[in-house]
Design a protein around this ligand. Structure first.
Ligand SMILES: [Zn+2]
Length: 374
């Protein structure tokens, strides 16, 4: 009976490995790929639907199941699929979660099941070789136009370089792997494959915005950058375990969005700026896609004299947005205003998370650089 078969599939969801989506880890999946034998969430089922030669999906609760399909699901499940399709995932490879962008989740699913990259390590060459070169569309610093640029990543030199002309001998920029970060920003960049690469130059953050039309190429670049960071950190911290290093390979921002701010005298008018909270760096830009930050503020810990206060001092004037935040640092106070209460709460939470965390020895060195800035 159809009802009994559906119940039998529902029962399988109780098995430990099946309690989370096989692809993004979201809880309580109620879709399944009955050709791959995995339980997945609704969102990942949409991606599976786009690769019908590999995966066919059904709703556990709403669709009709055949005996042979129920038996197959019972014989497989997420734990076995993981052992099969994820047997050789390199430690640096980015495993997306439910909150990651569509591109990362889709390429993870295609890499696992369609290309079977993690059962065949020789297919990992595009991001494991330690060298990669190719063309990416890069946003021009001044005119905002995307132009094709040659990029070269070399682990041996510990650098990512790009060239303004493909026959140029000297790179336009050399970005040290040591200080490099990459994070997908499709909404901000206005392209579903948009990647923001940041690096430090003279201790200030520089932004480079790139994309490739081909989703696999873009995610291969991203993982190649993570691989280069991984190998750099392995050399820099010889005793560290993979588990210690992997969270340091790339960072997503803690919070981003518009706020208003005053200048140091706090009598200047408030100006709308785009803020990015990157770990302990709070940066502000005139435009979200500016190459350089207008300013950067180091956010230390409570013990070192940093506090985040709800609201603005009563005498404050000149802000258009009603929801204030005061950041107190050992040097000065920063007065900020958010347009909505929801945004103010999100910023308060992000800032407090950082302030509540004790500082690491190397973070004191970073703080000292900020103090010596003119
Ligand atoms: Zn999922």
């Amino acid at each position: 009976m159809a009802e009994e078969r559906r119940k039998a599939v529902l029962q399988l969801l109780q098995r430990p490995g099946n309690a989370r989506c096989a692809d993004c880890g979201a809880p309580d999946p109620d879709w399944a790929s009955y050709t791959l034998g995995v339980f997945i969430c609704l969102s990942c089922s949409g991606i599976h639907r786009n690769i019908p030669h590999v995966s066919k999906v059904k709703s556990v609760r709403l669709d009709t199941w055949e005996d042979v399909q129920v038996e197959f699901m019972a014989s497989r499940g997420n734990a076995i699929a993981r052992a099969t399709f994820e047997s050789k995932v390199p430690p640096f490879y980015y495993r997306p979660s439910a909150s990651d962008c569509q591109l990362l989740r889709e390429q993870w699913i295609r890499a696992k099941y369609e290309r079977q990259e993690f059962a065949h390590p020789e297919r990992q060459e595009p991001y494991s070789a330690g060298y990669r070169e190719g063309f990416l569309w890069k946003r021009g610093r001044d005119n905002g136009q995307f132009l094709s640029r040659k990029f070269v990543l070399t682990e041996r030199e510990g650098a990512l370089k790009y060239f303004n002309r493909s026959d140029a001998k000297e790179p336009k920029a050399v970005m040290k792997i040591e200080h490099l970060n990459a994070t997908f920003q499709p909404a901000k960049i206005g392209h579903p494959h948009g990647l923001q690469v940041t690096y430090l130059k003279d201790n200030s953050t520089r932004n480079v915005f790139v994309y490739h039309e081909d989703g696999k190429e873009m995610v291969d670049w991203f993982n190649a950058l993570r691989a280069a960071r991984f190998h750099y950190l392995q050399v820099a911290f010889p005793g560290a375990s993979d588990a210690d290093l992997v969270p340091k390979l790339s960072r997503n921002y803690l919070q981003e969005g518009y706020m208003e701010k005053t200048g140091p005298k706090q009598t200047e008018g408030f100006r709308k700026r785009w803020f990015t909270m990157d770990d302990r760096r709070l940066m502000y830009f005139k435009d979200p896609l500016d190459a350089f930050a207008r300013g950067e503020v180091f956010i230390g810990s409570r013990e070192s004299g940093y506090t985040v206060l709800d609201g603005l001092p009563p005498s404050t004037q000149g802000h258009h947005w009603p929801h204030g935040i005061t950041i107190v640092t050992p040097e000065r106070r920063f007065l900020l205003a958010c347009e909505t209460e929801l945004e103010q709460r999100a910023w308060m939470e992000a800032l407090r998370k950082v302030v509540d965390r004790p500082m690491l020895p190397q973070e004191y060195a970073v703080e000292a650089h900020f103090k010596h800035k003119p």
